[in-house]
Ligand binder design. Sequence first.
Ligand SMILES: [Zn+2]
Length: 141
Amino acid sequence: MARPVKEWIGDTDEQRAPPRVRLRVFDNEGGKCHICRQPIIGKKWALDHVIALINGGENRERNLKPVHVACHAEKTAADVAEKAKVAARRKAHLRIVDAPTMQGQPFQKSRKAARRQQAAANKLPIPQRTRPMFAPKEDST
Ligand SMILES: [Zn+2]
């Protein structure tokens, strides 16, 4: 029987699993992507936190699975959406409402500002150049 291996636990959420742990996680999944179940060989891969850190998951070996980088990007987007959904549900449950936004009429423009704006609107349009300023050299062949 193999000697039991102590589970790796990150000291912080930012700490990356060392290579020996990455190898162990890879082997435990049979070298397959945890998301699409396809082999990882020959493709870029990463370690995914099965329960995302932002959703309360822990930075430890048993929460890590190998995934394709492409598959991981999709899951990360889903994790962020999940976090927002949970937060919205909790806010509703706890009757926390967002601060009201400023509404109402904007400040009235001064007569001087109104006149300036009117003058700008009445200005004649800048004529468009019909010939390019710098024509490419033409060969006389
Ligand atoms: Zn995949």
